[in-house]
Write a protein that binds this ligand. Structure first.
Ligand code: AMP
Ligand code: ZN
Length: 472
């Protein structure tokens, strides 16, 4: 398998520390609110990666934390405490909020067919582990006490900015004009390991520590929780791109200072899903959740299909028009698969060949779009119906699109239109050809394609999100 590694900025051959085994870690949600579908894009792509590794024969152990303490509204230790904010908003206790939104998160994951990691650990379960790591960092001289908090001293590292290309000022994420900087920090990007001097008088969760009653900073949890379950060496660490700085940079700083050796070899970062106005938000604009999509009549798996159509390393723009298109294509694909008869026996050799092909193609840096194309190739192939179905079922272990499950509509005898599916595939290919022609300024060819389709009764409609079509 090949993976893009944010540390080296290259697509590399994936080689785990221990042959045949993969230790994988995912930064989990901050459970102060519902996850938006942007957050879930990251978890979807990480789910595909995990399933792909298993599909390729690896024995995977995956760990995820749940952030239920210590995460301030800016990732750089400033702003409000997110959990406290959630509790105030809903007149509940922090732990009630944490429980409610943890359950909601896994319910969304289940709707999107995202597997629950092997280990899920809330930060509040691991206070003794955090205290131990902070004690060692203090002993080794990587941390200092100031103003009753404990900080990590980033100047002690030769290469704090491991992900490179970072300009200190650019990286002062979340520091807004209305937030005063913490004067106790010796260096601008030093970060809190343990708070005792809380500026939040009503901080609900506090624990005793060698430095006084307080609570942990955000970053320490991922270093400790991963080491608790995976040991001092890890193969793949995942998160969204916004996690690169400061969160993952800080995780590496404290983990490697603690162990004295390299911690994790591959860093997998998923690019953002944005809405049409830009950054997706839980407080501004429409709060896009899985439940909202369901209320609007979308099958959550259609959203999964939508995200799989593009590469995880490209930003993706969400719009209802784009989701409509994806939902339509997904439905047609399912109908097409449903129309494949179960005749003949399964050709196990052919199935193995297609399995290997999938590993090669999708295993090239998690190329999910090519994985979808392979399904069409299988459908068009000369394999027996039974083999086609078996191969598609096999691919679906990774894609998770429930491709062979009948829809409620189909069970009622509606909407099973294999002829339509054939037509859709052909029209979509023509649309692609026309888009390419237009890009190359070959407008004569583009017009010809439109005219040809019109003769067949197919009308093309150009929209901002691309070309759609309908029957006359
Ligand atoms: P949070 O609950 O805020 O800690 O975020 C959970 C995960 O979602 C993290 O891995 C983030 O990097 C990721 N994330 C945040 N916003 C987006 C977005 N718009 N698109 C994709 N992933 C995101
Ligand atoms: Zn983390």
């Amino acid at each position: 398998m090949k993976l893009y590694n944010s540390l080296t900025k290259k697509v590399e051959e994936f080689v785990p520390n221990e042959e045949g085994k993969v230790k994988m870690y995912t930064c989990g949600p901050t459970v102060y609110h519902f996850a938006h579908i942007g957050n879930l894009r990251s978890y979807l792509m990480e789910d595909v990666l995990e399933k792909l590794l298993r599909f390729s024969g690896y024995d995977v152990t995956r760990v995820m934390n749940i952030t239920d303490v210590g995460h301030l509204s800016s990732d750089a230790d400033t702003g409000e405490d997110k959990m406290l904010k959630g509790a105030k908003r809903e007149h509940k206790t922090v732990m009630e909020i944490a429980k409610y939104y943890t359950d909601a998160f896994f319910s969304d994951c289940s709707k999107l067919n995202i597997k629950t990691p092997d280990v899920v650990e809330p930060a509040t379960n691991c206070i003794p582990e955090f205290i131990h790591m902070i004690e060692v960092l203090l002993e080794k001289g990587y941390a200092y006490k100031a103003g009753e908090n404990v900080y990590f001293d980033t100047s002690k590292l030769d290469n704090y900015y491991v992900f490179g290309n970072q300009n200190e000022n650019e990286l002062m994420v979340g520091v807004r004009d209305d937030v005063t900087e913490d004067e106790n920090k010796r260096n601008k990007n030093d970060f809190v390991l343990w708070f005792t001097k809380s500026k939040f008088e009503d901080q609900a969760l506090k624990w005793d520590s060698p430095w006084g009653v307080g609570y942990p900073g955000w970053h320490i949890e991922c270093s400790c929780i991963s080491m608790k379950h995976l040991g001092e060496y890890m193969d793949i660490h995942c998160g969204g791109v916004d996690n690169i700085f400061p969160h993952h940079t800080n995780e590496i700083a404290q983990s490697e200072s603690y162990t004295g050796h390299k911690w994790c070899n591959y860093w997998f970062h998923v690019h953002h899903l944005n809405d049409e106005t830009g950054k997706m938000s839980k407080s501004k604009g429409e709060f896009l959740t899985v439940s909202l999509l369901e209320q609007k009549g979308y099958d959550p798996i259609a959203y999964r299909f939508f995200t799989l159509q593009s590469h995880y390393r490209k930003p993706l723009v969400f719009s209802y028009e784009a989701l409509d298109q994806a939902a339509q294509t997904y439905k047609k694909l399912k109908n097409r698969i449903a129309s494949i008869s179960d005749e003949g026996s399964v050709d196990e050799n052919a199935k193995k060949e297609w399995h290997d092909k999938f590993v090669e193609v999708v295993g090239n840096d998690v190329n999910t779009a090519m994985g979808l194309t392979l399904i069409y190739d299988v459908i068009k192939s000369g394999l027996s119906g039974a083999t086609k179905r078996a191969v598609i079922d096999d691919f679906d272990q990774v894609l998770g699109l429930k491709l062979l499950e009948a829809d409620a509509a189909d069970e009622n005898g509606q909407e099973t239109t294999p002829v339509d599916a054939e037509l859709a595939a052909r029209v979509e290919a023509k649309i692609e050809e026309r888009t390419k022609a237009k890009k190359e300024k070959n407008f004569a060819l583009a017009d010809e394609i439109r005219a040809q389709l019109l003769e067949e009764g197919i009308v093309l409609i150009d929209t901002r999100e691309g070309t759609k079509w309908e029957k006359k």
